[in-house]
Design a protein around this ligand. Structure first.
Ligand code: HEM
Length: 154
């Protein structure tokens, strides 16, 4: 019973954390695609209150995950759990050290600009490498979900 409650808490908190982190990123990419300063600025301001809660939700979700593993009786070093720790940390580092600060910098760049099309330097900062990192971020998320469900090598 406790194991079920903890798995439920783990999944619910992961859903919340994924919604709060991938949601704003998707809105940011769509605002970039619209090529309008005012859209990008509005998204940056609107998502601010949620962005601060992202680390809290992910850490709580991971704590519930580890607690569920202990209560269910999984070995904490079984391969599927080790793979999920590694992927989870890689995704957190991409978000906290690259994607988050990069979006914040672009937000600062457009904060004082007049409404209108995005200037070339903002479009350059928001193109290529950033988009590929976001694709990697999303593929990583799918990979962790697969590992959770299929529990490979166990
Ligand atoms: C620190 C990393 C993580 C740990 C320690 C962890 C731990 C666990 C444990 C112990 C279970 C229960 C498995 C069972 O029923 O026997 C589970 C299930 C699940 N976890 Fe995680 N998890 C982690 C990361 C994630 C992430 C990042 C996601 C998705 C974003 C996720 C989504 C799920 C889902 C959907 C299930 C249900 C799978 C099923 O019952 O088939 N987990 N997790």
């Amino acid at each position: 019973m406790l194991g079920t409650v903890l798995v439920f808490g783990h999944i619910a908190l992961m859903f919340l954390a994924v919604m709060m982190s991938y949601g704003p990123t998707l809105m940011f990419l769509l605002a970039l695609r619209s090529n309008r300063v005012e859209n990008l600025r509005a998204v940056g301001v609107a998502v601010q209150p949620v962005v601060r809660l992202i680390p809290v939700a992910y850490i709580l979700a991971a704590v519930f995950g580890v607690a569920a593993a202990v209560v269910i009786g999984h070995d904490l070093f079984v391969p599927w759990l080790v793979i999920s720790y590694v992927l989870f940390v890689i995704l957190l580092v991409i978000g906290a050290a690259y994607a988050g600060p990069h979006m914040a910098r672009i937000g600062d760049q457009v904060a004082q600009l007049p409404d209108g099309p995005l200037p070339p330097d903002v479009r350059a900062a928001a193109g290529g490498r950033f988009v590929w990192f976001e694709v990697l971020d999303f593929v990583g998320l799918l990979a962790v979900i697969y590992v959770m469900v299929a529990k490979p090598f166990s």
